[in-house]
Design a protein around this ligand. Structure first.
Ligand code: GDP
Length: 306
């Protein structure tokens, strides 16, 4: 989409768009290959992926298979192969609400460090699902941040979603439980849970999130159906370590990649997906409700490579 193209323009201009410009002649010389390597590192593409790509570039150059014209499609296909098999595992019910499917409440737990864009993303997601006619209950389980809860309330009011909140400082897992109970009582189509990204107590965040996850099973043994980690593109390489920690504790089902518009590192999605073996469900390219796009590999790579 145009929004995605616009959103990824920094990454395209600062990194990926420069790659094809490295051909000075019909073939790549060693200096050019070194420059490609540098650009990929500056894009926060992980070491393993960069090495593999460079090996491939060297091999194809030697065999005379790579030139100015074929380079971009080579890059496109290389990156696509890394992502496609994993992207295909995304649960479609995250995208489209199907009235005719089982009437059970779909529980989506959203996790991530503070500032990654959890609140905003949940607001956007609730808006999208409501626009399709789904009923949505949102649980504001981040009881440590009153301002974030108020922010979420604004989103929910605008979207026409019901929000369940607790008194400040209340137990986060208790709010999640109450929200799911409320959602099940009205047979809501979706229950989306915002969670804490940092605790003000000595208790460990991962322990608390694990507890919040497990308590839902008392109401529905199959819940939560999705556990999505929100990571922002600005985090770069650290995002991988961060995600690994969340994944180890919570067994994530997918990622939401935000703030791609404010970063030149939107290309790191490739590394995240291929290293974590987790699909990206949505990509955030701005602050409004329309700025959350379903993640589609072809659209993403087209926007990235130009
Ligand atoms: P939380 O702490 O994880 O709940 O993060 P918030 O949802 O409060 O978001 C932090 C800031 O990032 C806010 O100013 C949001 O408007 C902004 N934000 C969230 N997603 C995006 C995005 O995709 N693009 C841009 N440019 N800003 C975003």
């Amino acid at each position: 989409s145009d929004r995605l193209k616009l959103g990824l323009s920094r990454s395209r201009q600062e990194v990926w768009g420069k790659l094809s410009g490295l051909f000075s002649g019909p073939k790549l010389d060693d200096d050019a290959i070194e420059s490609i390597e540098e650009l990929l590192y500056s894009a926060d593409i992980g070491t393993a992926t960069v090495s593999e790509l460079i090996e491939e570039v060297k091999k194809k150059t030697k065999e005379g298979e790579l030139d100015e014209n074929s380079f971009k499609s080579f890059l496109f296909n290389f990156l696509k192969d890394k992502m496609k098999p994993i992207q295909e595992t995304v649960d479609r019910s995250l995208y489209t609400f199907n009235k005719n499917e089982s009437g059970k409440t779909k529980v989506i737990m959203v996790v991530g460090v503070n500032g990654a864009g959890k609140t905003t993303t949940i607001g956007k997601l609730a808006t999208k699902l409501r626009a399709q006619g789904a009923s949505v209950v949102v649980g504001a389980c981040d009881t440590f941040r009153a301002a974030a809860v108020d922010q979420l309330q604004v989103w929910c009011d605008r979207a026409g979603a019901t929000m369940i909140r607790a008194k400040e400082g209340a137990n986060p897992s208790g709010v999640g439980y109450d929200a799911l109970q409320a959602a099940m009582n009205v047979n809501a189509d979706y229950c989306i849970l915002d969670t804490a990204g940092r605790l003000h107590t000595k208790e460990n965040l991962m322990d608390e999130l694990a507890k919040s996850k497990n308590v839902l099973k008392k109401l529905d043994p199959t819940a939560p159906h999705q556990i999505l980690l929100v990571i922002d593109a600005i985090t770069g390489q650290n995002a991988l370590r961060q995600a690994e920690e969340f994944h180890k504790t919570l067994d994530l089902t997918g990622l939401i990649f935000t703030k791609c518009d404010g970063s030149s590192k939107a290309g790191s999605a490739v590394t995240l997906v291929s290293q974590l073996k987790l699909p990206i469900a949505y990509i955030g390219v701005g602050e409004t409700a329309e700025d959350l796009d379903v993640f589609n590999v072809d659209d993403y790579l087209n926007a990235l490579l130009g």
